[in-house]
Design a protein around this ligand. Structure first.
Ligand code: HEC
Ligand code: HEC
Ligand code: HEC
Ligand code: HEC
Ligand code: HEC
Ligand code: HEC
Ligand code: HEC
Ligand code: HEC
Ligand code: HEC
Length: 371
């Protein structure tokens, strides 16, 4: 115990007195209502922690600020509910506090985030399975815990506005954010507050983000896109075809991926999934000159896997179109031809067999009579 903290023993009871007598928060309820006991109690802590100068030196040599922003706390979801500082800081009942064992600023955060678990057990459990938790366990101390994304004292609704979500991830994934920002999805969200497009968490999840570099994730990825791109009502708004999944699965490319998902979800495949052709965080409108699937760039996209492909190669695939009199008319009429020819031929043959059988039966019955 340092001598200079000695004065704080006096400050603590004084804090109580100050808090109950003068603290503005205690009067917040209005002249007639009783002061909110949580706010009164918090004033005790704040009598020291509202000071911007209060800090402590850690063994790492870093200085940890001990300032708590009262206004931000009172505006937070927890502050608004009138939560006490001690609802979270259950180990602190007065001063002196129990000694901290944290060696560095990061160490302190990693020790203290488990506070959130007391009331958010379900989310805490989910988060244990995420790639972030795995990276943390593997020794990457930069992987985020609750407080990196939500803060400790200024927690507000994380998806209000919705554009806050990618902004949260941006803190550490700024290069991906920059790509996303100019993609057809990100631009719609960030420039037009469009609620229909995916944020980071629609594709990755939030608290249970799986490793996106596994084969299992790759093989299942078309389902992420399909969630929205097969939704007829949603896609109608943008005049985008919902046939993209059907045509993809019906195709040589998609069929093989579907089979893999069912039979051996962890096997590597070289077959394309949606993002091999469209990009991932930089997906463009198909008419955007930067689109990977616009005619001028399409060959390069196919050449990733078909290195010998030549200029007319992309036309070998009908992209997502079903053949029609305007799209791939030759294919359409060949299909149509077979569509008519096959029933006619089979029907004709069946008819022939039936007529022939009927004739024979009739003949048999007629013979005795006519003899
Ligand atoms: C008399 C002044 C004073 C009061 C009142 C006070 N603190 Fe502190 N607090 C400190 C000082 C000084 C430190 C630096 C570390 C130490 O001396 O224990 C600290 C450190 C902390 C820490 C970080 C390190 C640790 O021990 O976990 C937390 C969290 C904390 N205080 C919370 C609170 C809460 C919650 C309250 C109200 C119940 C409170 N404090 C009341 C002075 C005070
Ligand atoms: C919702 C839970 C919660 C509430 C309520 C809460 N704290 Fe904290 N507090 C935390 C967590 C978690 C940390 C660890 C933050 C970090 O450093 O990563 C923390 C850290 C601290 C620290 C150490 C310095 C720092 O910022 O890391 C102080 C001091 C502190 N709190 C004081 C207070 C005071 C004063 C109040 C009441 C006005 C309060 N806390 C209310 C969860 C809470
Ligand atoms: C003492 C209990 C308690 C602790 C500890 C606690 N919370 Fe909460 N938290 C609540 C309650 C109660 C709500 C309100 C739930 C609701 O509105 O549905 C809430 C709501 C939230 C929300 C949702 C906000 C919204 O508007 O949707 C987030 C995010 C959150 N807490 C994060 C945290 C984090 C991060 C920590 C740790 C620093 C933490 N909580 C610690 C009780 C707690
Ligand atoms: C990588 C950043 C990140 C981490 C780490 C994180 N969250 Fe969240 N959390 C978010 C985002 C973003 C949302 C909003 C998701 C949405 O609306 O779809 C959210 C939503 C929430 C909600 C409200 C919705 C719900 O699911 O109940 C709570 C409560 C919450 N988080 C608590 C926590 C707790 C507790 C931890 C630590 C165990 C934690 N979060 C870790 C980013 C994070
Ligand atoms: C506080 C920093 C931080 C925040 C905030 C954060 N991440 Fe991370 N994330 C990391 C670190 C560190 C890794 C470890 C791998 C690395 O170095 O990229 C990681 C890994 C990932 C991975 C796996 C990457 C791989 O190659 O395996 C995904 C996916 C991911 N984060 C998504 C998100 C999403 C989505 C959000 C927002 C909801 C988010 N992250 C917020 C720091 C952060
Ligand atoms: C439309 C769906 C989608 C959206 C939106 C999305 N991602 Fe991804 N993300 C993916 C897919 C699919 C992969 C796997 C790509 C691969 O195999 O390399 C991926 C890979 C990643 C990776 C790991 C590989 C790498 O490139 O480092 C990180 C980290 C990541 N995303 C973070 C984010 C963040 C942060 C956001 C929001 C700004 C975001 N993602 C938005 C689909 C998406
Ligand atoms: C949460 C829903 C959602 C998810 C998930 C989603 N998208 Fe989208 N996507 C949209 C919406 C809505 C638009 C239209 C945006 C606009 O035009 O403003 C769009 C636009 C597009 C476009 C541009 C279409 C055009 O008009 O040329 C392509 C290409 C695209 N998405 C591909 C994908 C791929 C590939 C995935 C999966 C990796 C995916 N999307 C996941 C909702 C989604
Ligand atoms: C082999 C490459 C390839 C794959 C795989 C692929 N696409 Fe496409 N996609 C294209 C091409 C090429 C176009 C442009 C067609 C045109 O405009 O003529 C396109 C167009 C689109 C469009 C715009 C349709 C419209 O109405 O404007 C969407 C949306 C789309 N694809 C989504 C997907 C989804 C979702 C998947 C996975 C289920 C997928 N794509 C798989 C090459 C591909
Ligand atoms: C990620 C790699 C990848 C990309 C990108 C890709 N393909 Fe393929 N493609 C394959 C593989 C692998 C096969 C063999 C499929 C099988 O055997 O099941 C194939 C088969 C084909 C076939 C069937 C005939 C053959 O050669 O076996 C055509 C036609 C085709 N691709 C066209 C395209 C076109 C057009 C593009 C660009 C729009 C494209 N592919 C992009 C991997 C890819």
């Amino acid at each position: 115990m340092h001598l200079r903290w000695f004065g704080l023993f006096i400050a603590l009871p004084l804090g109580f007195v100050l808090a109950s007598q003068f603290a503005p928060a205690a009067r917040a309820g209005g002249p007639d209502s009783a002061p909110n006991p949580a706010l009164v109690e918090n004033q005790v802590c704040l009598s020291c922690h509202a000071s911007k100068e209060l800090s402590m030196k850690l063994p790492s040599g870093e200085t940890q600020s001990l300032y708590t922003d009262e206004a931000a706390f009172n505006a937070s979801v927890h502050g608004k509910q009138g939560q006490r500082c001690t609802a979270c800081h259950t180990n602190i009942t007065g001063y002196p506090h129990p000694p901290t064992t944290a060696r560095s600023i990061r160490d302190l955060s990693l020790q203290m985030y488990t506070i959130c678990r007391q009331c958010h057990e379900k989310v805490y459990q989910q988060a244990l399975d995420s790639i972030h938790a795995k990276d943390l366990a593997a020794g990457n101390s930069h992987a985020p815990v609750c407080t990196d994304c939500h803060t400790a004292h200024a927690v507000t609704t994380p998806d209000n506005p919705r554009s806050r979500i990618p902004q949260t991830c941006r803190k550490c994934h700024s290069l991906i954010f920059d790509q996303y920002k100019s993609s057809v999805h990100g631009a719609a969200l960030l420039d037009q507050s469009n609620p229909d497009v995916p944020t980071c968490v629609d594709c990755h999840g939030v608290h249970n983000i799986p490793d996106p570099t596994t084969n299992a994730f790759r093989l299942k990825s078309p389902e992420i896109c399909a969630k929205c791109h097969t939704d007829k009502a949603l896609m109608k708004k943008y005049n985008i075809s919902t046939n993209v999944m059907n045509t993809y699965v019906a195709d040589f490319h998609g069929t093989t991926v579907e089979l893999f998902v069912k039979q051996s979800p962890n096997t590597a495949t070289n077959k394309p999934v949606c993002y091999d052709c469209h990009g991932i965080h930089d997906i463009r409108n198909t008419k955007d000159p930067k689109s990977t699937v616009i005619k001028e760039n399409l060959l390069k996209t196919c050449q990733q896997c078909h290195p010998d492909a030549t200029a007319d190669f992309p036309t070998a695939w009908m992209s997502h179109y079903d053949a029609s009199p305007t799209q791939y008319p030759a294919m359409y009429y060949v299909n149509l031809f077979y569509l008519i020819l096959i029933p006619v031929v089979i029907g004709g043959m069946l008819g022939f067999v039936l007529l022939d059988a009927a004739r024979r039966i009739l003949n048999r019955f007629q013979k005795p009579g006519s003899a």
